[in-house]
Design a protein around this ligand. Structure first.
Ligand SMILES: Cc1ncc(COP(=O)(O)O)c(C=O)c1O
Length: 405
């Protein structure tokens, strides 16, 4: 038995109860392994929810960040930040896009994208610009990004929501064409290439190409939220690259700083100059520590072939899960790409979070019924096999039980 089974009787009185937490705290990590404060060891299938690109305590990232902390953590956007210029140039090289705005989180990157789309519309003379969004999407928890999110649970209690987000189902070309034909105020389409929080739901290559074409025909912005699926996770730098298309606006965050908060909005020529001086800003965004984390993360990913690793080990992991769980009653589907995988079960399975931790594996459950694995991109084939060896018996045992009513 690994983690304790019961939640502590009295949650901390001073921390807001916004999360359902498991009853242990992590103290340190090494590669894809973490230890809690009681000395129990876990294989990390969660990677800080797709954040710890390079795993824990990476031997080349840690000294680089220590050096940066000793020099300059934060300056201000009153001044040039050479590391910002360096990271922006790298992101443009990798994406084929042209300009970047830096912030600190995914929702901030998405807020910036929404503002760009609205101003893009106003600049064209559209007074009430609207942005097409998706069922089951997740874009963050600020008022605007939760309004764009397609999950009533996230929105409940926070109305009135921000208007101007007509919603369509994913991978349904006629639905968006119908909307295009009837709504003259649309200025952008905003979607995750693989929906993460919504249950690991990939947009198909054909759908992405069709939406790119529609955006070109209509003069809309294609805005691809790659906060979770981007930065090597699927085996390409950005998940949309599998479809051979380019977005006009691409929000990033999570994996970019390998644990240091870094967000970015990367824009192509149609959107790159929409913001002018005074239109947008943030205190922390693009600070030297964050930028150094981004520069070093991308450098190490390249040097160590982590895209290839994500594709190869992710492929092996998916194959093994499909082989072991494919025919099991109650398993709906194993899906996803690279190291962004979901196992959909026929019934809610939130309790597997605690059971997996007890068995020494960290993972998440999203959209109630989908077990999600988003480990670090350094995961080895042997570690992937260990993950399967822990997870498969847990899922089988869970499905063999009578559902609690
Ligand atoms: C696709 C996507 N966009 C945006 C966000 C919000 O990012 P953050 O939690 O950093 O605000 C998330 C977080 O899970 C996400 O998965």
């Amino acid at each position: 038995m690994n983690a304790p089974e019961k939640l502590p009787a009295s949650p901390d009185p001073h921390v807001m109860q916004t999360y359902g937490r498991l009853p242990f705290a992590l103290s340190h990590g090494q590669g894809c392994w973490v230890w809690d404060t009681e000395g129990r060891k876990y294989l990390d299938g969660l990677g800080g929810i797709a954040v710890n690109t390079l795993g824990h305590a990476h031997p080349r990232l840690v000294p680089a960040l220590q050096e940066q902390i000793g020099k300059l953590i934060h300056s201000s956007n009153y001044y040039h930040v050479p590391l910002q210029e360096q990271l922006a140039a790298k992101l443009c090289e990798l994406s084929g896009l042209s300009k970047v705005f830096f912030c600190s989180t995914g929702l901030e990157a998405n807020e910036a994208a929404i503002k760009i789309a609205r101003k893009f519309g106003h600049d064209k003379g559209i007074e009430r610009p609207e942005i097409v969004v998706y069922e089951r999407a997740f874009h963050g928890r600020s008022i605007a990004t939760l309004s764009a999110t397609g999950n009533p649970k996230v929105q409940a209690g926070f109305g009135p929501l921000v208007e101007g987000f007509p919603r369509v189902p994913l991978n349904d070309v006629p639905a968006i064409e119908k909307l295009a034909a009837t709504n003259p105020n649309i200025v952008a389409v905003f979607l995750e290439v693989i929906q993460g929080e919504g249950g690991i739901n990939p947009a198909t290559v054909d759908y992405l190409r069709a939406v790119r074409k529609l955006c070109d025909e209509r003069g809309w912005l294609l805005m691809l939220d790659e906060v979770q699926c981007g930065l090597g996770r699927t085996g390409k730098w950005f998940a949309h690259q599998w479809a051979g298309i380019r977005p006009d606006v691409m929000p990033l965050a999570k994996g970019l700083g390998s644990g240091v908060p870094v967000g970015a909005v990367v824009c192509g020529p149609r959107a790159a100059d929409v913001f002018g001086p005074g239109n947008h800003g943030t205190t922390f965004g693009g600070n030297p520590l964050a930028m150094r984390a981004g520069v070093e993360t991308l450098r190490i990913m390249e040097e160590d072939g982590l895209l290839e690793n994500a594709a190869r080990v992710g492929g092996q992991l998916k194959e093994a899960l499909q082989r072991e769980l494919g025919g099991v009653a109650g398993v709906v589907e194993v899906r996803g790409q690279g190291l962004m995988l979901g196992i959909e079960l026929a019934r809610p399975c939130g309790e597997l979070l605690g059971r997996a931790a007890q068995a020494g594996l960290l993972l998440s459950v999203t959209a109630d019924k989908v077990i999600r694995l988003v480990p670090s991109l350094i995961l080895s084939a042997d570690e992937a096999a260990q993950m399967v060896a822990i997870l498969v018996p847990l899922v089988k045992a869970f499905l063999a039980e009578k559902p609690q009513s």
